[in-house]
Design a protein. Structure first.
Length: 299
């Protein structure tokens, strides 16, 4: 059986490749820049872009299952190419937002557009819907490496951030075992901690007490505009987002942080149900990523 992994350079996709190789599966991996991939020698690497479905025509020949990143622009073409090539099953890296209480939010619409296309395609599928990734905390790594205080938006808001390896393990189970077709797996990390506590746990992992600044209100709005601006522009240009929605995106995010101050964040048991072991905690993630907070990457 050959399984194709898109997003093989991604935090989750890279682990999916390794887990499948370890399971003895024939793995094909795609990237828009395959020369940047550093994968086990037995992996068959191809260049492909989800926004350009014909780039998957060759890559999908002989493939039975696919691990997909969510890219609404091109998804209908990608599922057509997949079906024509004989693919039977797709595991999609979606988002908890797809089932969220804010169905018009752009992140919900982005992922639901892809889920809808897959559901209507006739392929069998599993939708893996994680909450916030623990790896988002790497945004703090430059400040921590530079011994500067970490700027945290709403530092006392709670998250149950999920380790990328748990997402990859759940996805790999769905690819390799029977019984996951039609499942929408809402998955979270193993504990609820505030962002300030996350910084403290990173400090414990690297053996240094870390300072932070709590950024709220208009300062947080300004930082969000800077952070989301380029992605919002892409969404407006591709028609996914109405330009009038931009201020609402920022306000929705602020509301999310403010509500999360109440805590604790929800901890879901799905990872344990699927894997037979509890989801990893943030402290475990911090230990696994010690090097990211202590070493400078060579560019
Ligand atoms: N961060 C969160 O809190 C969160 C929460 C819920 C869900 N999610 C979902 O998880 C995704 C991020 O996962 P991650 O952290 O593993 O990703 P990542 O490390 O940011 O990497 C993104 C991957 O997507 C691939 N990709 C992007 N555009 C592509 C295209 N047009 N065609 C083919 N591949 C493309 C990239 O591949 P190449 O560059 O090699 O082509 C790369 O491997 C988000 O996009 C979202 O859908 C994230």
């Amino acid at each position: 059986m050959t399984i194709l992994v898109t997003g093989a350079t991604g935090n989750v996709g890279r682990h999916v490749v390794d887990l499948l190789v370890r399971a003895g599966v024939d793995v094909r991996a795609t990237s828009r820049n395959p020369e940047s991939l550093d994968l086990p020698a037995e992996v068959d690497v191809r260049r492909a872009d989800l926004t350009d479905p014909k780039t998957f025509e060759q890559a999908l020949q002989g493939v039975e299952k696919i691990f997909l990143y969510a890219q609404p622009s091109g998804i209908e073409g990608v599922v057509e190419v997949a079906k024509a090539a004989g693919v039977k099953y797709a595991v999609l890296l979606s988002s908890m937002a797809a089932a969220g209480r804010d169905p018009d939010h752009w992140i919900a619409r982005w992922h639901r557009a892809v889920e809808d296309s897959i559901e209507q395609s006739g392929l069998a599928w599993t939708f893996v819907r994680p909450g916030p990734f623990a790896v988002n905390s790497l945004q703090w790594a430059p400040s921590i490496r530079d011994h500067q205080p970490v700027r945290i938006l709403y530092a006392h808001s709670y998250l149950s951030a999920i380790h990328e390896l748990d997402i990859a393990e759940v996805s790999t189970c769905a690819l390799l075992q029977d019984g996951h077709a039609g499942a929408r797996y809402h998955i979270t990390g193993g504990d609820s901690v505030t962002q300030a506590e996350q910084v403290a746990l990173i400090g414990q992992a690297i053996g240094r007490e870390l300072a932070f600044e709590d950024v709220t209100g208009d300062d947080a709005r300004a930082e969000l505009r800077e952070r989301f601006g380029p992605r919002i522009q892409v969404l407006i240009q591709t028609g996914v987002l109405d330009p009038m929605a931009t201020p609402e995106i920022i306000e929705t995010r602020i509301r999310y942080y403010v509500e999360a101050l109440e805590g604790p964040a929800e901890i879901d048991g799905t990872v344990e149900k699927v894997l037979g072991k509890p989801a990893r905690t943030f402290a475990e993630w911090a230990v696994d990523h010690k090097a990211d907070f202590t070493k400078r990457s060579v560019s």
